[in-house]
Ligand binder design. Structure first.
Ligand SMILES: C[S@@+](CC[C@H](N)C(=O)[O-])C[C@H]1O[C@@H](n2cnc3c(N)ncnc32)[C@H](O)[C@@H]1O
Length: 255
C-alpha cells in the first residue's frame, strides 16, 4: 500500500536521524522507566518470580531503552525495529556489554508481518544456541510481547495484533504501552514537525480493546497505566506549556 510505504519511509528517516541522541532525551528515558514499571505490575511472571523463563519479543525496540531494562530479568529478548539507525545504536550497546557474546538480547531490522519471519527466527535461534539449547524444534514463539510508543506508527492495528497473536506460545501474553488518544488535545504529543508518519494520535481505549478481543486474545484489559508530563509547543493560539499525557497498557493472553 502506497500510504504504508510512505509513512514507513518518513518514520525511518526521522528515527535514523534521531537514533544517536535518542537515549540522551530525558523524556524518552522517563517514559521507558514508566513503561517498564507498568510491565512489572501487570505481567504476572514479574510478580510471581518466574520472569526468568520468559522469551520476549519487542516491537519497535529502538535503541533498546526498554530492552536493556527487561533483559536481565528474562531468558531472552528479540527486538525488532524498522529503522536501521535505531538497530545500529542497539547493537553498539550490545557490543559495549562486558560479554557481548553471551548477551541474551538481539535486535533485527525488519517489519514483522508473519510469525515465521526469517530475521526474527534467526535471532531467536542464535540466542537459543548461545544459551546452549540444542535441538529446538523451529519455529520459535514467545512468552511475552512488549512494545512501547510504537503502535501509533503502525498502519493497521488488526494486522499487527493478528501477527503478534501468531508470534506467541500458547499462554503467552502481550503488554503494549502507548499514549492514549483521549481527545483532540492528544495531537499535541508530537510537535507538528514530527506528525508525518504518525498513523494515529494515540490509542483509543475502547477501539484497541475491541481489536485485541476480536483477534482472539483472552484476559483482555486496556488500562491507564501511567502519565507522562511533557512540554508541548505553542500552537493554535496556545503558548508553550506542560501537558499530562495518559498512557495505556494493552493486555491479552493467547490461550
Ligand atoms: C517513538 S520510537 C520508540 C522507541 C522505543 N520503543 C523507546 O521507547 O525508546 C518508535 C520506534 O518504532 C519503530 N517503528 C515504527 N514502525 C514500526 C514497525 N512497523 N515495526 C517495528 N518498529 C517500528 C521506529 O523505527 C522507532 O524506533
Amino acid at each position: 500500500m502506497a500510504t504504508t510505504a510512505a509513512s514507513l519511509e518518513v518514520n525511518n528517516l526521522r528515527f535514523n536521524a534521531e537514533a544517536a541522541a535518542w537515549d540522551s532525551n530525558q523524556k524518552h528515558v522517563e517514559s521507558v522507566e514508566k513503561a517498564y514499571d507498568a510491565i512489572k505490575r501487570y505481567v504476572p511472571a514479574f510478580a510471581d518470580g518466574s520472569s526468568k523463563n520468559l522469551d520476549v519479543l519487542e516491537i519497535g525496540c529502538g535503541t533498546g531503552l526498554l530492552s536493556f531494562k527487561l533483559a536481565p530479568h528474562v531468558r531472552s529478548l528479540v527486538g525488532v525495529d524498522t529503522a536501521d539507525g535505531m538497530i545500529s545504536a542497539f547493537n553498539q550497546k550490545v557490543a559495549a556489554l562486558p560479554n557481548p557474546e553471551k548477551a541474551n538480547l538481539a535486535a533485527v531490522n525488519v517489519v514483522v508481518q508473519e510469525a515465521d519471519d526469517v530475521h526474527v527466527q534467526g535471532a531467536a535461534a542464535a540466542l537459543a544456541t548461545r544459551r546452549g539449547e540444542s535441538g529446538h524444534d523451529a519455529p520459535y514463539r514467545f512468552d511475552l510481547i512488549v512494545s512501547h510508543l510504537t503502535l501509533h506508527h503502525i498502519p493497521s492495528m488488526p494486522a499487527i495484533l493478528a501477527t503478534l497473536f501468531q508470534c506467541l506460545k500458547p499462554g503467552g501474553r502481550i503488554a503494549l504501552t502507548d499514549y492514549e488518544d483521549y481527545g483532540p488535545e492528544a495531537i499535541a504529543f508530537h510537535p507538528a514537525s514530527k506528525r508525518p508518519g504518525v498513523e494515529r494520535h494515540g490509542l483509543k481505549k475502547e477501539e484497541i480493546e475491541m481489536i485485541i478481543d476480536g483477534t482472539g486474545f483472552n484476559e483482555v484489559k486496556v488500562e491507564k497505566a501511567f502519565v507522562l508530563n511533557k512540554e508541548v509547543e505553542a500552537e493554535g493560539g496556545k503558548p508553550v506549556r506542560e501537558m499530562d499525557f495518559p498512557f495505556l497498557i494493552c493486555l491479552g493472553q493467547r490461550s
